[in-house]
Design a binder for this molecule. Structure first.
Ligand SMILES: NC(=O)C1=CN([C@@H]2O[C@H](COP(=O)(O)OP(=O)(O)OC[C@H]3O[C@@H](n4cnc5c(N)ncnc54)[C@H](O)[C@@H]3O)[C@@H](O)[C@H]2O)C=CC1
Ligand SMILES: O=C(O)[C@H]1O[C@H](OP(=O)(O)OP(=O)(O)OC[C@H]2O[C@@H](n3ccc(=O)[nH]c3=O)[C@H](O)[C@@H]2O)[C@H](O)[C@@H](O)[C@@H]1O
Length: 480
């Protein structure tokens, strides 16, 4: 029986391995992690991450050919194929701080593999890493190889949170990069055989190592760039009276452009887009490609501009101050159908409003009070380290109240701010909300989920990203 071990039981390692176990009953899959709490959760009824469809897949295979364990060394030494799916956060200190990927967790995993292995292994990069990382990993492994042959493959993951199970069941493509040697090709073939259990052969792309590593960074950069492009247009729409939804629709009908990923928003979030672009920028700079680095940097600058613009629009609309005013925040996760808050635009918007002394009442159907408190008090980039190594939440943030109901959040509020596109926000009783709010009552929709016209009929002053402005808002300057 082929044995797979995955180091890192997170948003990627957990769902990816659960699906491999489901689709390949003849393969034994062990997912290991240094976090005892995370592994305990994977073995319980309350999985550590919220992802539609995941519970069902895990329940079908756990204890049969899918195991979650903290016995990292045992499972690594027994495995034929080792996936490494650990954190690769942005460095916060030293060379490349604020840009380069921090490969501490990857390096420690590689050293441990070298220490405990007794037979030949295929080591698969599942984490997103800088191009040429495989060369460094090869050096670490072969330095202490004891005659063992290691083949490094790059097999980046393209799943998106909230749709991870669907994405894994039916991927656009699976990418495998390896060495152009007989051993390298044999390793590619072995991994291809795993995916071939359910992925059509023409969707499995095999490349050299560096193309696979770089393609992952490129794909995320292209996706994020689309969002910054449409968000840049949203500012121009507001200035001119165009409607960004109509513009996106018209632009996306061009088959060369395509309709997906053109939703204007308060800004993109999530653990990867910013981190991976910063990493790309750093690699370009290291290769002397200043203009290329600046090009990609701009994608992040526009994203920051969009978040600032949103906060400024809110404050200026509400008579240029939110000091002492209650503002309801609906949605804190970085997108719907996930409880993940890493790099969510909600953090920046909330911090911006707190900076102007607002009182926030936050509701998100999947994010806990503890998580929100941590996020609002943590330093930038600290959030991307393993949970048990993150700073403890030092204090509850003053002026923030986390509630478990949208109606409770909006009661007595001066403004409502929608930051995640949860479906339930579309069907809220806005008349009921209006009646309990201070007047004039404002809605700031950072995701274009509400019907602005209907809300205006109720009496709200509404701001929707990239949409024609209310007369009220037109008169209020919004400087970014
Ligand atoms: N979250 C996502 O949707 C996607 C993430 N990625 C990439 O996958 C990688 C992992 O991301 P996530 O799963 O989101 O992170 P995560 O933080 O959810 O999971 C990483 C896990 O690795 C564990 N870990 C760290 N060092 C370890 C070690 N030496 N031994 C054993 N366990 C260790 C941590 O305790 C943590 O549970 C990152 O490189 C990310 O860029 C790629 C595609 C999608
Ligand atoms: O490497 C990764 O981590 C993953 O990053 C993204 O996936 P994810 O961050 O989970 O979610 P997305 O659906 O890409 O959304 C990212 C952010 O962009 C925002 N977004 C997305 C689409 C859009 O049209 N507009 C928009 O503002 C979302 O609300 C969210 O804040 C990519 O879509 C995945 O392919 C990739 O594997």
């Amino acid at each position: 029986m082929v044995k797979i071990c995955c180091i890192g039981a997170g948003y990627v390692g957990g769902p990816t391995m659960a699906v491999i176990a489901l689709k390949c009953p003849s393969i034994e899959v062990a997912v290991v992690d240094i976090s005892v709490a995370r592994i305990a959760a994977w073995n319980s009824d309350q999985l550590p991450i919220y992802e539609p469809g995941l519970d069902d897949v895990v329940k079908q295979r756990r204890g049969k050919n899918l195991f979650f364990s903290t016995e990292v060394e045992k499972h690594v030494s027994e495995a034929d194929i080792i996936f490494v799916s650990v954190n690769t956060p942005t460095k916060t200190r030293g060379l490349g701080a604020g840009k380069a990927a921090d490969l501490t967790y990857w390096e420690s995993a590689a050293r441990m593999i070298a220490d405990v292995s007794k037979n030949d292994k295929i080591v698969v990069e599942k984490s997103t890493v800088p191009v040429k990382t495989a060369e460094a990993i090869e050096k670490i492994l072969s330095h202490n190889s004891k005659g063992i042959n290691y083949q490094i493959l790059s097999n980046p993951e393209f799943l998106a949170e909230g749709t991870a199970i669907q994405d894994l069941f039916n991927p656009d493509r699976v990418l495998i990069g390896g060495r152009d040697t007989p051993e390298g090709q044999k390793a590619i073939h072995a991994l291809k055989q795993v995916y071939a259990h359910w992925v059509p052969e023409d969707r499995i792309i095999c490349t050299n190592l560096w193309s696979a590593e770089l393609s992952k960074l490129a794909a995320n950069a292209f996706l994020a760039q689309r969002i910054s492009s449409v968000n840049a247009m949203s500012a121009l729409c507001e200035a001119t009276g165009a409607d960004v939804t109509q513009v996106s629709n018209a632009v996306g009908k061009d088959t060369r452009i395509g309709p997906k990923f053109l939703n204007a928003s308060v800004g993109f979030g999530g653990s990867c887009f910013q981190k991976d672009i910063l990493n790309l920028v750093y690699i370009c700079e290291c290769n002397g490609l200043k203009e290329v680095a600046n090009y990609w940097k701009q994608v992040i600058q526009v994203n920051d501009y969009q978040k600032n613009r949103f906060v400024n629009r809110m404050v200026s609309s509400m008579f240029n101050t939110v000091s002492g005013k209650k503002v309801a925040i609906l949605g804190f996760a970085f997108k719907k159908d996930t409880g993940d808050t890493r790099e969510t635009p909600a953090i920046d918007v909330c911090k911006g409003l707190l900076g102007d002394n607002a009182h926030l009442s936050i509701y998100d159907p999947q994010v806990t009070e503890d998580q929100i408190t941590k996020d609002l008090s943590m330093k930038k980039f600290d959030w991307d380290h393993p949970t048990h190594l993150q700073p403890m939440s030092p204090f509850a943030v003053k002026q923030v109240n986390v509630v478990w109901d949208a109606y409770e959040a909006t009661k007595d509020a001066h403004g409502v701010c929608i930051l995640t596109e949860w479906d339930e926000f579309k069907t809220l009783d806005f008349k009921k909300i209006y009646d309990t709010m201070q007047k004039p009552a404002f809605v700031f929709d950072g995701r274009n989920v509400v019907d602005a016209e209907k809300l205006r009929e109720i009496g709200f002053i509404v701001y929707s990203i990239g949409k024609p402005l209310d007369a009220w808002l037109k008169d209020m300057p919004a400087l970014a």
